[in-house]
Design a binder for this molecule. Sequence first.
Ligand code: CA
Ligand code: ZN
Length: 299
Amino acid sequence: MKELNDEQVIYAFDKDGEPVLTVESGETVRIRTKDCFGNQIQGPDDVIDEINWDLINPATGPIYVDGAVAGGTLKVEINDIELDDKAVCCTGKDEGVFGDRLDAWSTHLCRREGDKIVWDDKIEIPLKPMIGVIGVAPAGEPVNCGTPGSHGGNMDNTAITKGATLYFPVSIDGALFGCGDMHAVMGDGEISVSGAEIPGYVTATLTALPELSLDNPIIVNDTHIGTIASAETLDEAADRAVHDMIDLVAARTGVAADELVMLFSLVGDVQICQMVDPEKTVRFMVPRYVLDAYDFSLE
Ligand code: CA
Ligand code: ZN
């Protein structure tokens, strides 16, 4: 298995980025990732106001995937997530949902002990390891790693866990994959503007699917298939995710759109990924048993 350290990071998903690693389609890579602060907050003496904001939201990469072509798809299977043992949480003035009532940055450092995050001497939180930033290079202008979009990026989606598979629309040959910004745990919405930010390792299998064409990222796990969309408002993002799902399933099963809308109204869940980044992200999750009944398949 190939390994990638965190010495080579990007701060934007960029079609002109210089690959730091090339893999064959179907290869698995173990990727070291920094936290969203670029590992600059190590202890109580590291003040968030004084960190270098040019080093925020690093993603490790980019990785060139042989066989990935513009107009096709990159399949990313998340085989494993390993976390370090120190996590940082933050909020601040004009950040997150409550930033209108704050006048300074705050940080809260916590330890990971086994499968728990120790918040204080009263509260231990079960781990829910997830990847905040993951994606490929978009067509056109580079997109900074703090902003999500149809290329992926800072989606802060709690469904991006070990065992999940992501599908990204590829805009440039090689795809130029990158990931970072892991969270030991985060609630849907990410209301403070951070999860339990933590460095670690992502192990992922990267497969080129040149025949599959998508508009936005898709997530598949043991129980659900989800469309992921980012837009200026949650309303627009939800709208796009639902439309993407109906279009995708109607095209592959031949079931009429109005029938699917009624069915998915019963079984599909619109879930907020994050509501605090420059674009907001929503996922629309439909259970696999429903799609299996129609012999739906993505690949
Ligand atoms: Ca994030
Ligand atoms: Zn984060």
